[in-house]
Every structure is written in structure tokens, then in C-alpha cells.
Design a protein around this ligand. Structure first.
Ligand code: C5P
Length: 297
């Protein structure tokens, strides 16, 4: 018997970043939207904990116990006093080190898969607690939809959405490390006072109305200058997306994937073709959201 869980990628439609805290993390106001690019994690009983991965970026995924899927299985097993005797196979379609929560998605998916496989029946609150221990973005991968994350991004409040938002994502030729981007944020912020992060009323209103034009006006990502500082060529991809008719273009999370908001599915296909032809990125994908979080299929 095995259990497969499908889990979406995310894009941040607002990422407000505060000053570094004593623990090194940053307080955030992080508005997440789950979009229809998916990993699938299959949990199968095995003699020992093991991870395999297939997909275009599979060679960049660690298969040891640093993988968030493996850590999720270990964390759930430890809470329920059992051994994590499970094989986890990740069919990976979310870009690796791309700022779309690919690793976090696998952690949330593995947790849901092992809970179902082992019949632990852990309450939702407990699953969310384990997710928060695994990483700041992992709870959102579990819940999906749209949500505001505060604290280091792990404390979630559901956000209302009044429609579907269409996106084109451009994958970069190399990854960016999230800690490195936050360190660059700190370096760039050295000589100024960083205000506390606050959720944008304009972003929340645009989501509630399902209005892509209003969302395009309101989107912000405080990590974008840091990502561009480490990876200046991303400016060319953002410009190519705008030239291709995107309503707005921004770096997704800590990058380097760039997210291009468009009006509808037809505009997405058109912008995707132009971005592919621009030669400014490794590959291009179209996806829409909100979509549900980690789900057994
Ligand atoms: O929580 P997670 O393990 O995903 O975070 C990865 C890294 O991103 C952290 O080690 C930290 O450097 C940075 N981070 C941060 N503030 C946050 C979330 C992440 O500085 N709120």
C-alpha cells in the first residue's frame, strides 16, 4: 500500500520584511498564493527511511536526511513513538531553489502522506505545528489557497480571494539560497531603519475582488532588491515579462524565479511564448491560483 499527496508551489503577492531578529529570522508580512505547479510525494512502507526524486531538477535535490520530506517523516514518527520506516518518492515539478517553496511543499506533502499511511490521525493543529518546526513556509504548503503569514511567516490567517489569478513563471539558469538573500537584505538595510512589516490593505482588497489590475498595482517584494543585487540578470527577465504584456513582474519570494501576473489564461500563453523567445531564462511555466494545499490523491 502507498499514499500519494499532491502539493502546490506558492508565489508571494506581498513580502514585507522587517529587521533581523535576535534569532536571525526576520518578521514578515507575507501574503501567499498557492498556484497550480505541483510536486507529488508518494509514501510507501520500507525497512528504513529513504528518499528518491525524479523530474527536471531532480539532480539538485538532496536525498539525505536534510530533505524536508525526510525530516517531516522523522518528526511525525518521533511524536507518535514509532520508527520512520518509509520510502518517500518525490515527483518534482516545482523549481528547486526557486523561491516557490518547492522544498517546503515536499515537507508538507510527506507529513500528510505519512499521517495517512501510518493512520496516525494527527489533528490539523498538530500537523501545522510540525510544519512550522520544519520551516517558515511549510505551514502554507499544507493549507494552500491564499493566506497572510506573520511571525517568520509561519503564523497563518486565511485570506479571501474573489477569483483566479493567472501567472507566468520564468525559471532562472541557477538557484539562489534563501539565507543568502536575507543576508543581502540585511547588508542593504545597514544604514536605514527597517519599519515593522505590515500587510497591505491594497493587496488584500485586490485578492478579495479577484482583480488582477488592482493586484498588479499593489504587489511588492522587499526581498527583490537583495535578489537583484545577487543576480542582476533577473532585471532582464522582469523587463522581458513586462514587454510581453504582463500587468506586473516581480521576483517570487527570495527568487530567482520571476513571477509575471497577466489578465487571463490567453494572455498567459502569449506572455509565456514571448518570455521563452526572450532568451532571458531557462524555462517558462504557466500556472493559476489559488489552488488547495497538500491533498491525498
Ligand atoms: O524557515 P526556513 O528554514 O525556510 O528559512 C530559511 C532561511 O531563510 C533561514 O535560515 C533564514 O536565513 C531565512 N529566513 C529569515 N526570516 C524568515 C524566514 C526565513 O531570515 N522569516
Amino acid at each position: 500500500m502507498s499514499v500519494t499527496v499532491r502539493v502546490p508551489a506558492k508565489v508571494n503577492v506581498q513580502l514585507a520584511v522587517g529587521a533581523a531578529r535576535p534569532d536571525g529570522f526576520h518578521d514578515l508580512a507575507n501574503v501567499f498564493l498557492a498556484v497550480g505547479l505541483y510536486d507529488e510525494v508518494t509514501a510507501t512502507p520500507a525497512g528504513d527511511l529513504g528518499v528518491t526524486c525524479t523530474g527536471p531538477d531532480a539532480d539538485q535535490v538532496p536525498l539525505d536526511r536534510t530533505n524536508l520530506a525526510a525530516r517531516a517523516a522523522e518528526a511525525l514518527a518521533a511524536r507518535y513513538g514509532r520508527e520512520p520506516r518509509v520510502h518517500l518518492h518525490i515527483a518534482k515539478d516545482i523549481p528547486v531553489a526557486g523561491g516557490m517553496a518547492g522544498g517546503s511543499a515536499d515537507g508538507a506533502a510527506a507529513l500528510v502522506a505519512c499521517d495517512a499511511l501510518w493512520g496516525t490521525g494527527a489533528p490539523r493543529e498538530e500537523l501545522l505545528e510540525i510544519c512550522a518546526e520544519l520551516g517558515s513556509d511549510v505551514p502554507f504548503s499544507l493549507v494552500g489557497g491564499a493566506a497572510l503569514g506573520t511571525g517568520r511567516g509561519e503564523r497563518l490567517t486565511e485570506v479571501e480571494t474573489g477569483g483566479t489569478f493567472h501567472w507566468v513563471f520564468a525559471m532562472a539558469p541557477r538557484g539562489l539560497s534563501t539565507p543568502a538573500v536575507f543576508r543581502e537584505f540585511d547588508r542593504l538595510a545597514q544604514d536605514r531603519r527597517v519599519p515593522g512589516p505590515v500587510a497591505s490593505r491594497d493587496v488584500l482588497d485586490a485578492l478579495a475582488k479577484g482583480d488582477p489590475d488592482a493586484l498588479a498595482e499593489a504587489l511588492t517584494n522587499d526581498l527583490q532588491p537583495a535578489a537583484l543585487s545577487l543576480f542582476p540578470e533577473l532585471a532582464d527577465t522582469l523587463a522581458a515579462g513586462r514587454a510581453a504584456g504582463a500587468l506586473a513582474a516581480l521576483v517570487s519570494g527570495s527568487g530567482p524565479t520571476t513571477a509575471h501576473l497577466v489578465r487571463d489564461a490567453a494572455a498567459a500563453e502569449k506572455a509565456a511564448r514571448a518570455l521563452r523567445a526572450s532568451g532571458t531564462c531557462r524555462s517558462v511555466r504557466v500556472a493559476a491560483g489559488p489552488v488547495p494545499g497538500a491533498t491525498v490523491i
